[in-house]
Design a binder for this molecule. Structure first.
Ligand code: KG4
Ligand code: ZN
Length: 332
């Protein structure tokens, strides 16, 4: 069964075709990053307009790569939460239009659940209990995978997401947007012990995070050191603080839930240093870690189509009342 997946939750327009929830036939992505770069972050109004321009060409390119026609598609899955509402609506509208005109079932998918599903697209087997860490530009949370590919949230950020912290630190250092890849690059030539930065909430006794204090610590350091600041060392020190914090909580969650495997998903999971440290943690814990390939970490519609395959089994009709929502889950 071929499922068409659509994701327009933030600044990537993506349309994918996935067979039986597993085999990716196409995962077309049109990135808007160049339109947001000069603002140092995503501008919601620009995002909506660019999705409108890109959505039909991206659909056409996805179908062409998959070697499929719309008549070969059996169902549609579209991200309808959480995200920028004006951006989400573009994808939801395409989903509804296709479903209505072609008489196909349509299901709305949670973007965070879709990120977690990337583990199933990557590994032959996902041994449970399984703990997933979602680290993206908008979210940082630890989840226990439940039945039917849903999840129970065990903890999350109280303020900034990990990716957001990368983006904001990059902005303070005038390194451009998005911050993650460039901070990672700078950190490669830096000494992570050069600057002492906090590891927030390590002693909190729960599985929550807070990255806003770390961001402020970086800000204070920059304003104190001024031009003496050594960017490579600061990036390395910041990255080490983020990785230590993420993996410490992840390790606690794995032990607490007696997990048999764990995964790291979302844009920040593309980070090479985090991936290396996660592999070491897995070796120490003696259980496998699932690290999806980078294109399945950052936003993509294959994860939406993959999860949608399972969700569509419960759908009989076309729900034209499907709407877009900014937030679905909040911690605390
Ligand atoms: O999952 P994603 O593509 O979009 C959201 O759902 O937010 O994540 C984007 C985030 C951005 O904050 C970006 O800076 C971060 O992922 N990111 C990285 C790396 N690549 C992307 N963070 C650290 N290291 C990277 N290599
Ligand atoms: Zn995402």
């Amino acid at each position: 069964m071929l499922v068409l997946g659509i994701d327009t939750s933030c600044d990537d327009t993506s349309v994918a075709v996935v067979e039986d929830g597993k085999r990716i036939l196409a995962d077309a992505i049109s990135s808007q990053v160049r339109f947001h770069q000069k603002y140092g972050g995503v501008v919601p109004e620009i995002a909506s307009r660019k999705h409108l321009e890109a959505i039909l060409p991206t659909l056409a390119s996805s179908l062409e790569t998959a070697g499929a026609a719309l008549s070969d598609i059996s169902g549609i899955a579209v991200t309808n939460r959480p995200g920028l509402v004006g951006a989400l609506i573009v994808g939801v509208s395409l989903g509804k239009a296709l479903a209505y005109s072609r008489g196909m079932p349509l299901v709305g998918v949670d973007h965070i659940e879709a990120h977690l599903y990337a583990a199933y697209l990557t590994a032959k087997e996902v041994r449970r209990p399984h703990i997933g860490l979602v680290v993206s530009g908008g979210h940082t949370l630890i989840a226990r995978l439940g039945s039917n590919y849903s999840f129970d949230c065990l903890g999350g950020t109280r303020d900034d997401a990990a990716g957001e912290a990368y983006d904001k630190v990059a902005k303070m250092l005038a390194l451009g947007y998005p911050g993650g890849p460039v901070v990672e690059r700078m950190a490669r030539d830096g000494n992570p012990d050069r600057y002492r930065l906090p590891r927030p909430m390590l002693e909190s006794g729960d599985l929550n995070f807070s990255f806003s204090g770390l961001k402020t610590a970086v800000k204070i350091l920059i304003s104190r050191e001024q031009e003496k600041i050594e960017t490579n060392h600061l990036c390395a020190s910041f990255q080490a603080a983020v990785i230590d914090t993420l993996l410490s909580k992840l390790s606690t969650a794995v032990k607490q839930e007696k997990a048999q495997s764990f995964s790291i998903v979302g844009g920040v999971a593309a980070n090479g240093a985090l991936r290396e440290a996660a592999q070491k943690l897995a070796d120490n814990l003696g259980i496998p870690v699932i690290l999806p390939p980078k294109p399945l970490c950052t936003d993509n519609a294959a994860m939406v189509a993959g999860l949608g395959f399972h969700r569509l089994k419960d759908e009989s009709g076309i729900d034209l009342s499907l709407n877009a929502y900014a937030v679905t889950r909040r911690v605390g």
